[in-house]
Design a protein around this ligand. Structure first.
Ligand code: NAD
Length: 468
């Protein structure tokens, strides 16, 4: 039995079987989630298709409903936060912040204009370009920010007039189920359906005949499968995938001054952020100081269960990911890297890993070349800036990156040469609802957020009235 129900056609629905959800702070199953059957998915899709008929008609109703949904989520932040912490691991304060952030995103889109552009108005014709909804959206999210990333999809998709079936990660289904339950109060039945299950449920969704759009956030490997699965009936796809963000420090930075921001850009959410700093390139002249400034922060970072007061960094979310971080760190250490801080799992239960700074490491090592997605950061020395830039770009990833310098113009010039969707100067992870977010190369297809993200949930229609 699960205390959580799916939301299908506005009703709370249990599944015939459930699956266990692990609390990463203990490594133990602490709750059960419904395991959606294929028939229940059909029902959710049919409910979304049914609701679409009315939902697409009235923009004012949609705006009001999105505001009400945002208010309700924000008012319940303290109730949802423990559910999110229990399954994801992040500190309660961060969990509440995520819920409020989801509300903030809903509000931003609730007020965003759906443009109607007149492109011709003369004696021949009156021609407009308008944005039309697509139908049912299949939304699939990962385990690092289940609610925030669901809101990135729900807010623009629903505002544009689409309806949705949302599937969270099997590691973190509970907070999304809870959100679905709450929003039954303010969204018409079928507009938002929330189902839970394993990876196979995601595959059923992308192959299903009803959705016209798949909005996916997750790994590159799964993103490619999603693209293939969506291709036969030409579903539109937005793919927000992995990253291996470089941060390049120029030779005029003060390591002590930038260390705090660099550290939080890398270790926020325990390093489990698609666009976190995943490798630092520091000039040889500053290398030792950069490593030490970061290591000092890592040593003093307070790690523990997210429910514990004062904890800043929780456990790694799940066992495979915890093992992967350990494997990449061990691989680097056995290939000549030095752990300036951390370097191993922490004693005791749960998936806790010491915040780790790796020095004397370079490209060609797995932790530099692959996405570690956890609390371990390699710092790489460089002697030639062009070479560092080439190495920063020498990857299939292209999500984001940053350049750090006392001279912001010089840094912006270098940042502009990064092959990635967001290039920051003297900051990292500065995200906002009005700022489009997406990746170059294997980091994604399309963008989320801002009007550009909204357009991704629309089809462009030309409305041509002849005047002759
Ligand atoms: P994942 O790809 O394993 O899973 C993501 C989601 O896809 C889950 O809900 C999962 O159940 C589902 N899924 C798995 N197989 C599927 C299939 N064949 N068809 C359809 N759905 C399927 O990713 P994860 O481990 O949950 O998340 C970590 C990854 O997500 C990292 O690579 C990270 O960088 C990336 N990420 C990207 C962004 C972004 O906006 N670019 C944001 C957060 C996370």
């Amino acid at each position: 039995m699960s205390d959580f129900t799916m939301t299908i056609g506005g009703e709370g629905v249990a599944a015939p079987t459930t699956f266990g959800v692990v609390d990463p702070a203990t490594g133990e199953v602490h709750a059960q989630a419904p395991d959606c059957t294929e028939r229940q998915l059909d029902e959710a899709m049919a409910a979304a298709a049914g609701a679409y008929k009315d939902w697409k008609k009235d923009e004012t109703t949609r705006r009001k409903a999105l505001h009400a949904a945002a208010d309700l989520l924000m008012a319940n932040a303290e109730t949802i936060a423990p559910v999110l912490t229990g399954e994801q691991g992040k500190p309660l304060k961060d969990a509440a912040f995520e819920v409020i952030g989801a509300g903030f995103w809903l509000k931003y889109f609730a007020d965003l204009e759906l443009p109607r552009e007149v492109i011709q108005d003369d004696d021949k014709a009156f021609v407009e370009v308008v944005r039309r909804p697509m139908g049912v959206v299949a939304a699939i999210t990962p385990w690092n920010f289940p609610l925030a990333l669901a809101a990135w999809k729900m807010a623009p998709a629903l505002l544009a007039g689409n309806t949705m079936v949302l599937k969270p990660s099997p590691y973190t289904p509970l907070s999304s189920l809870k959100m679905g339950e709450l929003l039954r109060e303010v969204l018409p039945p079928g507009v938002l359906n929330v189902v839970s299950g394993g990876d196979g449920l995601g595959a059923w969704m992308t192959a299903h005949e009803i959705p016209r759009k798949v909005s996916f956030t997750g790994s590159v490997a799964t993103g490619k499968k999603v693209a293939i699965s969506a291709a036969p009936d030409l579903k539109r796809v937005t793919l927000e995938l992995g990253g291996n963000d470089p941060a390049i420090l120029l030779d005029d930075v003060d390591p002590a001054k930038v260390a705090g921001k660099l550290f939080s850009g890398a270790f926020q959410n325990n390093g489990q952020v698609c666009s976190a700093i995943k490798r630092v390139y520091a000039p040889e002249s500053l290398y030792a100081d950069v490593v030490e400034a970061l290591a000092e922060r890592a040593r003093s970072a307070k790690v523990g269960p997210g429910t514990q007061e004062g904890v800043k960094y929780g456990p790694v979310n799940n066992k495979p990911q915890y093992e992967r971080v350990g494997e990449l760190v061990s691989d680097a250490l056995s290939n000549g890297a030095r752990a300036a801080a951390g370097g191993k799992p922490m004693d005791g239960p749960g998936y806790f890993f010491e915040p780790t700074i790796l020095a004397d490491v370079s490209d060609g090592t797995r932790i530099v070349d692959e996405e570690q997605f956890g609390p371990a950061l390699p710092v790489i020395a460089y002697s030639d800036l062009d070479d560092a830039l080439e190495r920063a770009n020498g990857t299939h990833f292209g999500l984001s990156g940053s350049v750090w310098s006392a001279d912001a113009d010089r840094a912006a010039d270098i940042a502009g040469q990064l092959e990635c969707g967001t290039a920051w100067v003297n900051t990292h992870l500065a995200l906002a609802p009005h700022q489009p977010f997406g990746g170059f190369k294997w980091s994604g297809v399309g963008v989320e957020n801002g009007p550009w993200g909204l357009y991704g949930f629309t089809e462009l229609q030309v409305l041509h009235r002849s005047k002759r």
